[in-house]
Structures are given as structure tokens and as C-alpha cells.
Design a protein around this ligand. Sequence first.
Ligand code: AMP
Length: 435
Amino acid sequence: MPFQSLGLMPELVRALSDKGYTEPTAIQSQAIPAILNGEDVLGGAQTGTGKTAAFTLPILQRLAEHPNPKAKGPRVLILVPTRELAVQVHASIREYGKHIRLRTAVMYGGASMNPQMMALGKGLDILVATPGRLIDHLERGTAQLHRVETLILDEADRMLDMGFLPAIKKILNQVPKQRQTLLFSATFDAPIKQLALQFMRNPIEVQVSSQNTVAHTVNHIAHPVDPGKKRELLMHILSERYQEQILVFVKTKHLCNRIAEQITKDGIPALAIHGNKSQGQRLKALSDFKAGNVRVLCATDVAARGLDIPLLPLVINFDMPMVAEDYVHRIGRTGRAGANGDAVSLVATDEGGLLRAVNRLLKQDIVLESKPGFEPTTTMRMDLTPPRGKPSGHQAPRRKPAQPGHLKSHGMASQKPKSSSPGGSPRGRQRSPQR
Ligand code: AMP
């Protein structure tokens, strides 16, 4: 079904075809008509499903159809959990809206207040903000929300995980009651449902990806290897796939830096992205990677969540994730929107238990295949699952037991899930401070 048949205006369809997008994804087919129609929408969708465009396209159209160049405060407010996501959502708005005249701004913590204040002062159509920074502006009186017509909470579960609930409530109390509200979340635990019940009007529910699903276009393979040989094997794979851009997941910040440095020393430009890097460094690394200036991006799990790196052909797990669900988040960066992708895991002989946990979650056995020249000298110990919460030598990430998953393209579950429970999530997630 082409984009036109969803009711999108030619300016938007043109911007989409400039990007090479011809068909809407499932979340787009479901959400766009409802949002165009002014409905509140509760969207169950993870990164990688095309959810950003699902809310961006119809709000751009609504603004374009009813321009108000004199409006001072933002007419659309988009709240996101992290500065990276703020930058990405804003960039998407600029791209999809390139044939439409609109005033937009993005604001997040850690950046100077002044340019943000100037943007707010000039008047705005769309504001993308992290809750903490928006509260700073509200308290200084430099932001006003009484013109907001549409409020969007993107990755609402992550915002709550990060402790933004009080800030979100404060913000919700300052936007007009008569408005459209859109809430997107990968999971729908009680606090999210409560938020939706309290602040939305008869929302239409759309759900495309149940938890722990991965695209069926991803090929999974695991190479058993002696722990001391991993780096060599990584270099071997990088040189085999010399034409491609590759994301490498590493378990700690320290190792992440070291691997990126070593790869670079070995002649392949690489950068590291993790929680210890400044915001500037992270954004620069991401844009260098996107621009193709570096071929390899090494990342820790926390730093990489939500990053918009389209159409990666290959994701390498240098280390198996300590938490099986992270495998799904990691490889969510490949095999997107119908493209093929490879997920290659280097599994040390003492990481067999972690591989088994991933197999259990995916409900499939990832093919375990030695790379010639890198055959391990010891047997893979599949029985050695570190007790939950007590992985040896690591600080424990704590979470509830994994829910079973299945393999499907984007999930594409159904039009409307049972209203009460589009899927629970592992909560109480706590990370190793190392990451
Ligand atoms: P998101 O779920 O918003 O993070 O989007 C995932 C990726 O899919 C982004 O790189 C988008 O640019 C891309 N994308 C969004 N919509 C489409 C589409 N209709 N066709 C192909 N790719 C898309």
C-alpha cells in the first residue's frame, strides 16, 4: 500500500521517496490515519519499526494544513528520554518536513541553555525535548506550553525507567487539556497504562511488535572461540566484511575503548560510544559513523539503545550480552524494514550459558559454527549459565525472568491488541555501572 493511500500529502510523500521509502511499515499503516484524524493513539512499537515516521508524518501534515506562523509556543511537543533520541527525532522531522515550512527546535540537558532560549523566544511549531531540560525552561519561564495541540511521549517506558514520571506529570499539567496525545512505548506495564488512562482520551491502540521479537530477515550465527582469541577473530571478520559498516557490542566501557583503539591501530577506523563519553563525543561518533567516516562503531548496551543507525548489514557481539533481552536490542539495528542483516556472536567457551539464554529467548538455536583457524581449544560449556543476578566477575543486572519471544518481521502482531495488555516488560532493570 503506497503512502498516498494513507492520506499523506504530496510534500511528505516526496520527502519519503527522496529517502527511498515506498511502502509504509505496519505501525505507519495503522497509526498514520488515526493521527491524521485527530485521535489519541497508544502505540506499542520498538525502535526499528518505523515508529518515528509513524507519528512525525501525520503531525507535520496537521501543522501544514493549519498553519499558524504567529504561534509563539510550540504547537507540537515531543518528549523523549535521551538527548540522542531527541537529536534523531528532530533530524527525522527536518527530513520528512523538508518540503514544508515549519519552525522546529530540539532541547536536551548538557547543552547550553542560551540557543534553546533564543529558539523558544522566536516561536515554534514543533519542540523535541527531554523532560528534565524542558522543566528547567518552564521554571525559568523561558518555555510556555499553552499552545500545545499535540503532545507526544516517545519511548514512554524508558522515560519512566529513567525516573522522569514527576517531570512528565508536571509538563502534562501545563499543556492544554484539549489536545491530542500520542504515547509510544515498547512495553505496557502498569505505570504506563496508568499514565495513558489518566492523560489520554479514548486512545486508539496500535501494536506492531511484541516484546523480544527480531526481524526474520536477520541471520544469526555464533562462533565459538577461546577467550584470548576474540580480538583476532573480530579483526578477521572485519577484514572479511571490508566493505561494510559494522556495529560491535562490547560489555564494558573500558573494553569498548580498548577494542576501538586496537581496531583503529590495525588500520580500520573505529570509534567507541558508551556512557562515559560526553554528549558531544557521542553525537560526533554517531554522525561520523553515519557519514561513513568510520567503519566500525563499538558500543555498550546502554549507549546504543535507541540509536538510529539505518540498514546495518552486520552487528557483531564481541561479548555475549549478560541479559538475554539485550541481544534483541542489539540486533534490532540490523535486518530493519525488510533489509537483510547478519548478527554474528563471538562466544567464548565460558559464555555458552549466555548463548543458551539467548536461544531460549529467541526460541531458536543459533547456529554454532567454528571459524577455520579459530577453533576453540576447550569445549563450550553450555551448562554454565551464571545464576541470575550473579554473573561471575560482573555486577549483576537485575531483571525479572525473560518472556518468551518469537521470530517475526517487526512482530506485526495485530491491528489492535487486547486493550488492557499489549505485553508486559521486564522491569526494575538495573544495569552494571560499568556499562
Ligand atoms: P524507527 O523505528 O523510527 O527508529 O525507524 C527505524 C528505521 O526505519 C529508521 O532508520 C527509519 O528511517 C527507517 N524507516 C522508517 N520508515 C520506513 C519505511 N516506510 N520504509 C523503510 N524504512 C523506513
